[in-house]
Design a protein around this ligand. Structure first.
Ligand code: HEC
Ligand code: HEC
Ligand code: HEC
Ligand code: HEC
Length: 206
């Protein structure tokens, strides 16, 4: 009696396996079709999943890690465009520069005194910056100006050791521009006290 039961179970088992095999075979073409139709979810992995933030420009310096971007500046400068006043008409008022830009106080330079406005600002077109080498630097590419004198910080900045990352660590990364942090007219940061004090250490028993 027992062996009949055992045989029956075995037969049933073989039968179900056969049934599955037939079913799988008959629908295998359908499965292959589905696989072919499926879109590779990693197909466009090279596209950054987070888009590059708005108001950034591609940095014009070659870097081994590839292109990177920095924040624009012109849209943040209140008195841009400078040429709305700095046209080709001469200003006849005495001390016009002092009156117009009284709030621009230069605390930037070496022992020989503060830097001159025209060391950085182009006299030919006030919308642009200049160095001894380059006549017209777009204000969005201000790092070119700062880097003329502060080449060590510029090198660190390119590599990501100075400044701050805004988006991504590699690939199409975006970093803060020099003047996103430093005021070009007074670039040193004010000394300040911490906003809060460190809470006293809690004594732990014994
Ligand atoms: C509201 C008008 C106005 C705007 C806008 C303006 N300026 Fe001026 N700026 C003047 C006048 C007026 C003078 C004095 C006459 C001159 O030098 O052309 C002056 C003078 C200057 C000087 C010479 C300062 C000196 O001590 O010799 C610099 C540099 C300068 N401006 C830079 C800029 C820059 C850079 C911008 C744009 C970010 C700008 N200005 C926008 C009105 C303006
Ligand atoms: C070390 C270089 C440097 C010197 C020196 C300098 N500037 Fe500038 N200035 C800049 C840069 C860079 C910007 C753009 C700032 C930014 O990206 O926000 C700027 C911005 C400005 C602006 C527009 C921003 C604002 O405050 O409204 C004015 C106006 C200006 N400069 C006037 C002057 C005048 C006048 C002098 C001389 C008394 C002078 N600058 C000296 C580098 C310099
Ligand atoms: C023409 C050369 C020149 C340019 C261009 C220039 N700087 Fe300077 N910068 C100097 C000199 C000189 C000093 C004073 C160095 C010192 O005191 O050791 C200085 C000082 C500084 C300091 C303070 C350093 C310290 O040790 O406290 C900072 C920050 C700075 N610059 C940032 C900038 C930034 C940002 C720009 C671009 C907007 C810029 N500089 C453009 C010449 C330049
Ligand atoms: C995220 C903000 C930030 C950006 C962007 C930035 N800096 Fe700085 N920078 C700092 C801070 C913070 C210090 C340290 C200031 C201190 O110790 O008082 C500093 C210090 C400096 C100094 C003084 C010397 C030193 O190394 O301590 C110079 C010069 C300087 N920066 C130039 C630049 C230049 C040039 C750029 C652009 C290529 C730039 N910085 C971009 C925040 C920034």
């Amino acid at each position: 009696m027992k062996s009949i039961k055992k045989n029956l179970i075995q037969i049933l088992l073989v039968f179900t396996i056969l049934l599955f095999a037939v079913f799988a075979f008959s629908s295998s073409s359908g499965v292959n079709e589905k696989i072919k139709q499926a879109k590779d979810p990693y197909d466009n992995l090279m596209e950054p999943p987070i888009p590059i933030p708005a108001n950034t420009v591609k940095v014009l310096i070659p870097y081994q890690g590839g292109d990177f971007y920095t924040e624009t500046r012109k849209d943040k400068i209140e008195r841009f465009q400078c040429t709305s006043c700095h046209g080709n008409k001469e200003v006849m008022i005495k001390n016009a520069a002092k009156i117009s830009h009284a709030d621009t106080i230069i605390v930037h330079g070496g022992k020989s005194g503060p830097l001159d406005c025209n060391t950085c600002h182009s006299t030919e077109n006030r919308d642009f910056l200049n160095t001894s080498k380059e006549k017209e630097i777009d204000m969005d590419h201000v790092y070119t100006l700062c880097g003329e004198c502060h080449f060590r910080q510029k090198k660190d900045w390119i590599g990501g050791a100075h400044g701050k990352s805004v988006s991504h660590w590699a690939g199409e990364r975006v970093v803060k521009n020099c003047t996103s942090c430093h005021n070009p007219h007074s670039p040193r940061f004010e000394k300040r006290y911490p906003a809060t004090y460190s809470p006293p250490l809690k004594q732990t028993g014994n």
